[in-house]
Design a protein around this ligand. Structure first.
Ligand code: COA
Length: 264
């Protein structure tokens, strides 16, 4: 497969770096990026030479600026469900593959950006990282597993606060609330992450795979598909609502949205 939006690098010790690269949109996720991520992650999961995956964003400003609002703004309910399901396929690969997946968050990780990061086994943030679930400001909800996974990282009340407010969380706070395991200087950020991850790359792959499986199972991924399906349906239902149209049109027109009262 020819890759248009992903850059792949090897960093020794079986460490594979997957970089999302759509600089003109700060690495926002459109359908093609998600398709490429799905293919690449499947291939890396099966490649015996790959022991650890580091996922990061190209450039020094953004990890992933969320779903591509220009692409999704006119979606119907069923298109919305399908888009969320594609996001779920990608996030499940990151969460469940038998190899460690580490999000190296080098800048903005908003919406789907935070959701991709929290589908990884853990997050290392640059001091310039900014997290957030701004979907409510667009008239939608997190649709790539955020309603399920964010609470696992930061606890239910904090997940509610972040999803209801859409507010941004800088690196220091992300560390304090348990979203990021470590915060590293922005200069040479990726090289520092690679140095850190070498410790994992040199251990037994089989032992790591077994621990990942058990850690996931014991922290209740039971019912994962059922919960993600419920999220995809709710995500889709908001497409076509007046608030969703207004929220996303306002983003594209670079103005503040005017939301209505409760619609659905
Ligand atoms: N979808 C589509 N385009 C996006 C995007 C997204 N999620 N995020 C950024 N872009 C585009 C902008 O429209 C802009 O394009 P333009 O140069 O053609 O106008 C370009 O990327 C640069 O973004 P800009 O907003 O000018 O940069 P900034 O530094 O002022 O702000 C962000 C950066 C990330 C804070 C801001 O772009 C933003 O809020 N993005 C949306 C985040 C979001 O809500 N994600 C969840 C989506 S469900």
């Amino acid at each position: 497969m020819t890759l248009k939006y992903l850059l792949l690098e090897s960093a020794g010790f079986g460490i594979r770096i997957v970089k999302i690269s759509r600089p003109q949109t700060l690495n926002a996720l459109n359908t093609s990026v998600l398709q490429e991520m799905k293919e690449v992650l499947k291939k890396e999961a099966d490649d015996p030479a790959t022991r650890v995956i580091i996922l990061t964003g190209d450039g020094d400003k953004s990890f992933i600026a969320g779903a591509d609002i220009s692409e999704i703004k006119d979606k119907s309910e069923s298109d919305g469900v399908q888009f969320a399901q594609l996001g779920h396929e990608v996030t499940k690969l990151l969460e469940l593959m038998p190899k460690p997946t580490i999000a190296a968050v080098n800048g903005y990780a908003l919406g789907g950006g935070t959701e991709i990061a929290i589908a990884c086994d853990f997050i290392i943030a640059s001091e310039k990282a900014v997290f957030g679930q701004p979907e409510v400001s667009l008239g939608i909800i997190p649709g790539f597993g955020g309603t399920l996974r964010l609470a696992k990282f930061v606890g239910l009340p904090r997940a509610k606060e972040l999803i209801f407010s859409g507010r941004r969380v800088k690196a220091d706070e992300a560390y304090e609330i348990g979203l990021a395991n470590h915060v590293l200087p922005a200069e040479n950020f990726l090289s520092q992450v690679v140095e850190f991850v070498k410790m994992i790359g040199s251990q037994s792959c089989s032992a790591i795979a077994q621990s990942k499986k058990l850690l996931n199972e014991f922290s209740e991924t039971t019912g994962l598909n059922f919960k993600l399906d419920a999220e995809a349906l709710a995500f889709g239902r908001l497409f076509g609502s007046e608030d969703q149209r207004e929220g996303m049109t306002a983003f594209v027109e670079k103005r503040k949205p005017k939301f209505k009262g409760l619609e659905i």
